[in-house]
Design a protein. Structure first.
Lengths: 395, 219
């Protein structure tokens, strides 16, 4: 089976416009989550991580498409890949894409076409002159992980040599009101795995991950950044890391509440590690989904415990980014890849006291420790679960 | 070699299983397809109270899945020892053009007064995968792809990878799209090691069923 190497990446979020800038801010405990007073979204103030302004890219692009284009541009700039290559595929991940257009434009057949995810994907693909029609993954909150897994599988099967995976979601009244109607929005900054956790913060952002079968990327590009003397000097390239395994499962239990046992997420974790050729003791840290709802965090704790990994350091990044929906799997994967490269486990912002019935080793402080393998988790509506393993190559 | 062991098409007030029309009612055309789906549900004597709670897209996907599987396949669980595959070995890979826009519009209307959580949950296209998984206790791989037209090549490539690498032993795959009054669902059951040569799991065969091309050899 072909190895799948990471060529370059990007995170575009309220924390920065490159992955390096994002990672640097994360090490300084900067969060994008703050109190928002946006009447067009909600009569009452709410906490979320939102852009103050969107990039202005020439052309008739929506906010969602601008995020994708800007994120892709930065990741591509740091790679030597040609988007016009016949063995290169673009994969896009989003849950709601252009849905916010319903709030500002009258609905007609033209708007129906403009909202469609395949319209956005076509516009973004032609901006970069991709040869093949892009693939669009829309699988609730596991979309980003599912998109990376799709890219990994298409490279493994030999169908493509390079996969460029980008994900984004924009927050608007549509999504916010939905989570509010579920009473799932936290009244303050979210507190993943904490005793007093009380729901999610939403967030917007985009991220890109470029994968390749080419062994020249096995060693990475420039070795990433450094953390020395209490100061992080970021490198903008990820490299020297592979996507080594992944799997998806379904709870077959409930549409909006996670599994009561965590068995099915555990199943995906086990299969992902098996594909990577690793055992539970090889995993140096777990990047959890950690939405900070009662049920999600409890389910993840059960799954991690079932897998026998309760002593493995776990972190969650929703306290910095909020829940970025179709982008979160990508954003949090890119952060985890940089963690591996920098040998730094980030703290779980918002976590103070253990609030799950199966205690986990939740990371509270920035931890500098040699790292080799990371397990990334996500779960979403529709009962879906996903797990991915990222591994640093021995050089 | 992977084979298609069943197919089901629902469109234009017709239900077609394995190439044969098993239910049709051109007189039931109201309510954006919902009346027809309800008539089909009753015709097949189905009894599943959750059906009534589903949005039209999930009703369409669920009903097509129900007729596709019939008594033919199910996941093993403690109560049903004699069934075919372990739950985690059966997956669902679906696609459509309009995602969940049909329900998105209805949900959005409710946001002007009281946003409806029961509608909001259906504003994701993969929810119908969840509905089919719940019904048949299927716990394997899921994927939902958006394509502007039926992309049999994508399904063949993605599902073949899952089957050929022993990630799945069986998979339901296909297309389920519903928008306004328009609806079309075409689902295939793919199983490993089924060698009936007229039903190999290929994009050409899927396209033939999708386009309802008449052919004696494929029944």
């Amino acid at each position: 089976m072909r190895d799948v190497f990471i060529v370059s990446d990007n995170i575009l979020s309220p924390l920065g416009v490159t992955a390096g800038e994002n990672f640097s801010n994360l090490t300084k405990s900067v969060s994008g989550v703050k109190k928002q007073e946006k009447k067009e979204m909600s009569a009452l103030p709410f906490y979320a991580s939102l852009f103050d302004s969107f990039p202005a890219i020439p052309g008739n692009y929506t906010q969602f498409e601008q995020l994708l284009i800007m994120s892709l541009t930065d990741a591509l700039k740091n790679s030597d890949l040609d988007t016009r290559d016949k063995k290169t595929i673009l994969i896009i991940s989003s849950t709601k894409g252009n849905i916010s257009l319903l709030e500002t434009e009258p609905y007609d057949p033209g708007l129906k076409e403009r909202i469609a995810l395949h319209t956005s994907a076509r516009l973004v693909a032609s901006h970069f002159e991709f040869v093949h029609s892009p693939i669009i993954v829309s699988n609730a909150c596991i979309s980003g992980i599912a998109a990376i897994l799709t890219g990994m599988r298409m490279i493994r099967s030999g169908q493509y040599d390079h996969a460029i995976i980008a994900g984004a979601d924009v927050i608007s009244r549509f999504v916010l009101s939905g989570f509010q109607s579920f009473q799932a929005i936290s009244p303050g900054p979210c507190k993943p795995f904490d005793r007093d956790r009380n729901g999610i913060n939403l967030g917007e952002g985009a991220a890109t991950l470029i994968l390749s079968s080419d062994r020249k990327y096995a060693g990475g590009k420039n070795g990433g950044g450094e953390y020395a003397g209490g100061k992080y000097v970021g490198g903008s390239h990820a490299g020297g890391v592979t996507v080594s395994g992944g799997a998806i499962s379904n709870d077959a239990n409930h549409l909006s509440a996670p599994s009561r046992t965590g068995e099915e997420l555990c199943m995906a974790m086990t299969k992902a590690m098996l594909e990577a050729g690793l055992s539970t003791t090889d995993i140096d840290f777990i990047s959890a989904h950690g939405t900070a709802t009662q049920y999600n965090d409890e389910m993840e704790a059960k799954a991690i415990t079932l897998a026998g990994m309760q002593s493995v350091p776990v972190n969650g990044l929703k306290g910095y980014y909020g829940h970025t929906l179709g982008a979160c799997g990508l954003i949090e994967s890119v952060v985890s890849i940089h963690s591996l490269k920098e040998n730094l486990i980030l703290p779980t912002r918002g976590f103070e006291q253990m609030g799950v019935t199966k205690p986990l080793n939740i990371s509270r402080d920035l931890l500098s420790v040699p790292l080799k393998n990371c397990l990334k988790l996500a779960s979403g509506f529709g009962g879906c679960n996903a797990a991915l393993v990222f591994s640093k190559n021995s050089i | 070699m992977n084979g298609i062991t069943a197919s089901c098409v629902i469109e234009s007030q017709l239900v077609i299983k394995n190439g044969e029309t098993v239910f049709g009612s051109e007189h039931i055309d109201g309510n954006g397809g919902s009346d027809f789906l309800l008539a089909a549900y009753r015709h097949f004597g189905l009894d599943y109270p959750r059906f009534y709670k589903m949005d039209p897209l999930s009703k369409l996907g669920w009903l097509t899945g129900e007729i596709l599987l019939g008594q033919g396949i199910s996941a093993k669980n403690d109560l049903e020892e004699d069934k075919n595959y372990p739950a985690e070995d059966i997956g669902i890979v679906l696609s459509n053009a309009n995602a969940s826009l049909d329900t998105d519009l209805r949900y959005f209307e409710t946001t002007k007064e009281f946003p409806s959580p029961s509608l909001f949950v259906y504003t994701l296209p993969n929810i119908m995968i969840g509905e089919i998984c719940i019904r048949h206790n299927l716990k394997g791989e899921n994927a939902f792809f958006i394509t502007n037209q039926f992309d049999a090549d994508l399904l063949e490539q993605y599902v073949s990878h899952l089957m050929d690498n022993d990630i799945l032993q069986a998979c339901i795959c296909g297309w389920v799209d519903l928008m306004g009054g328009e609806y079309k669902a075409v689902l295939f059951l793919v199983e490993k090691g089924k060698r009936d040569p007229s039903c190999l799991f290929t994009s050409a065969y899927m396209n033939k069923i999708f386009n309802r091309e008449k052919s004696n050899e494929n029944g």
